[in-house]
Design a protein around this ligand. Structure first.
Ligand code: AG3
Length: 272
């Protein structure tokens, strides 16, 4: 294999030259591939979809974690659904939290990340982290702990992740939130997955009482442009509610907080 292509539609996609394949296996759930690309560094691919790369992972992980964590007055207990590469975990641990629980379906993703993406996965060694290897859709049915912030860091909502945007799952998840908890889900590309975004947005609004969308540029994801859907529940609207000092940020900073919620017209029109 000297090149990798992720098809974004029948006539477009992302091309990456493969310098070297570092790992390739079929886990119980999916095809896992890690290769080296000169420009993006190491690339993690699940079922032919690019999940993260050394060069641009900071954008996705910072934007998923910090917009939510900043919005809560005092985030102490955090839940991450998916996120087996450890990138979101790394960002969450930059806060003075008590505990973060990560529920990942595929332990092989964690293993592979520990081996090839130590800059993401070293966070698994932190004492505040608990990992449960289980399908979150099943797990949520029997869980009763509550969380201040819930981050859903999944693959595209097809195949094994499809159920994570279902009403049933989101209703079950609601048992695990306090009135002022924040729930945020990665919600795909405004260019390629507008129907998915609308579905997530509408369901969030219905189940968690309000929903907002914010976006970020992510070079290796479809359209180079990504969305996140967030609910503030009784907190009602986006606002920075804590100013804990956080180190080592490369993308997110507080001056951009309000701006990321100003979404383009085509996206605004499409979700309502
Ligand atoms: N999760 C969202 C990646 C979706 C990318 N989709 C695609 N390439 N079609 C990323 C997991 C990183 N923690």
């Amino acid at each position: 294999m000297d090149s990798f292509i992720e098809h974004h539609s029948n006539s477009s996609g992302l091309y990456l030259k493969v310098n070297k394949i570092l790992h390739s296996e079929r886990s119980k759930y999916q095809e896992i591939l890690v290769f080296e690309n000169e420009f993006f560094g190491k690339v993690l691919v699940l079922d032919n979809l690019v999940m993260t790369t050394t060069k641009d992972e900071f954008i996705y992980h910072e934007m998923l974690a910090h917009v939510s964590l900043r919005s809560h007055p005092n985030p102490k207990n955090i839940l991450i659904i998916g996120g087996g590469d450890g990138g979101t975990l790394r960002e969450v641990l930059k806060y003075p939290i008590n505990k973060v629980l990560l529920v990942e379906i595929d332990e092989k993703v964690i293993e592979v990340s520990k081996k090839f993406f130590s800059e993401l996965s070293s966070s698994f060694n932190d004492k505040r982290v608990e990992v449960i290897i289980m399908d979150a859709i099943k797990w949520v049915k029997n869980e009763s702990r509550k969380f201040d912030v819930i981050l859903i860091d999944s693959t595209d909502p097809i195949k094994i992740a499809e159920g994570l945007i279902s009403e049933e799952f989101l209703f079950n998840l609601k048992k695990l939130v306090f009135e002022n908890s924040i729930v945020c889900m990665q919600s795909e590309s405004p260019f390629y997955h507008i129907d998915t975004i609308r579905t997530i947005y509408q369901r969030f609004k219905k189940i968690f009482s309000n929903a907002y969308i914010y976006t970020a540029p992510i070079p290796t994801y479809p359209g180079g442009y990504w969305s996140f859907t967030i609910s503030f529940q009784s907190l009602e609207y986006p606002k920075i509610r804590n100013y804990y000092f956080i180190e080592d940020l490369k993308f997110y900073h507080d001056e951009m907080y309000d701006a990321v919620f100003k979404i383009p017209k085509f996206l605004k029109d499409a979700i309502e």
